[in-house]
Ligand binder design. Structure first.
Ligand code: GH3
Ligand code: MG
Ligand code: MG
Length: 318
């Protein structure tokens, strides 16, 4: 008899211990799978869900895992709209055909009703014969990151106090407007507007009330100007407005409307009283030979200087 050959009992013991190990490994993987906060799912090559983690069943569909397994994208019309199901199905087919990893990002309506932005990372799993058996997908919630990006973009383009375009954005946007106007032989004018004696407002009523005056003027400018006009906060209490399809005469009309509206409306101060303020405006039309607004703005700025010299609450044109 061979001394090294394990006995039947020993073999049984070995098998039992291996089975136990597999069970533990499986349980460990299951716990790990569910502990991952990113939704994960896998489907077979016919698009049938094989499994998913808690994050997918709870955060995305809001139903039990058992109700997802064995189903396809089209089995949850109230949770996955048909149009979305079609898009995901197309992506899955592309992935299975290409056998390459796939990445895309899209908005997803979550089980709590919120629309979130997700990055999708998808890969196929294959048989030993290299046949695509199905796909695995991981979803990363990047909503917060997207919001921050949006916020940063806004800060880069908009003035935080008034939400008007800042100087940089004005310069960029004006290029297209001027180029288009030139092509179509349309006239463009520019206004520069400066609040009169604004320092006094700050000194008498405080910086916060000064800010409110700037916000008030912004509101009035938006009310008076057309949707196509480009309004920017140029500096502290200075605004520049580009007026497409407007000649000098038209720009003067807009300027005088701004001047009248601002000087006639009382502005509420935080402590209950109200004040009135005035603005001075320089006006100039962009000339045909000019490729940008700068020469016209320079002229408008000189006009503004004259308006200030001439006693403020005035419009001067060149
Ligand atoms: P003028 O009629 O000649 O234009 O006189 P002014 O007092 O309006 O002009 P000046 O340039 O002397 O003062 C502008 C003031 O605007 C100085 C600055 O402290 C203030 N300022 C600039 N930005 C802001 C802001 O965002 N908020 C407030 N409250 N004040 C600001
Ligand atoms: Mg100024
Ligand atoms: Mg001023």
């Amino acid at each position: 008899m061979n001394q090294n050959k394990p006995s039947y009992e020993e073999l049984e013991q070995e098998i039992a211990s291996l089975k136990n190990k597999i069970k533990l490994d499986k349980a460990f993987l299951e716990i790990l799978f569910d502990a991952i906060p990113s939704p994960i799912f896998y489907k077979d090559n016919k698009g049938i869900y094989i499994n998913c983690n808690d994050a997918f069943s709870q955060k995305i569909l809001g139903i039990k895992k058992a109700d997802i397994e064995g189903k396809s994208l089209y089995d949850f019309p109230e949770l996955i709209p048909i149009e979305d199901a079609k898009i995901y199905e197309k992506k899955d087919s592309e992935l299975l055909a290409s056998k390459q990893d796939q990445f895309y990002s899209t908005n997803v309506k979550c089980s709590d009703g919120e629309i979130k932005h997700f990055n999708f990372y998808k890969a196929i799993f294959k048989s030993d014969e290299n046949e695509a058996l199905g796909i695995i997908g991981i979803m990363m919630d990047i909503t917060e990151q997207k919001e921050k990006e949006k916020e940063l973009k806004k800060l880069a383009f908009n003035d935080p106090l008034t939400n008007l375009f800042n100087r940089r954005h004005f310069i960029e946007s004006s290029k297209n407007i001027i180029a288009l106007s030139k092509r179509e032989s349309n006239e463009v004018s520019i206004l520069i507007l400066d609040i009169d004696d604004f320092k006094l407002i700050n000194d008498r009523h405080g910086h916060e009330n000064g800010d409110n005056v700037i916000i008030f003027i912004t509101k009035k400018l938006k009310e008076i100007c057309r949707e196509s006009d480009l309004i920017a906060r140029w500096g502290g209490e200075e605004f520049v407005i580009l007026l497409p399809n407007t000649n000098q005469k038209g720009a003067l009309k807009v300027a005088s409307q701004i001047k009248e509206v601002i000087s006639s409306h009382p502005i509420s101060m935080a402590h209950g009283s109200s004040i009135k303020t005035t603005v001075s405006i320089g006006v100039s039309q962009i000339q045909n030979e000019d490729n940008n607004f700068e020469p016209a703005l320079q002229k408008a700025d000189q006009a503004l200087y004259k308006a200030k010299k001439g006693g403020k609450n005035k419009i001067v044109t060149v």
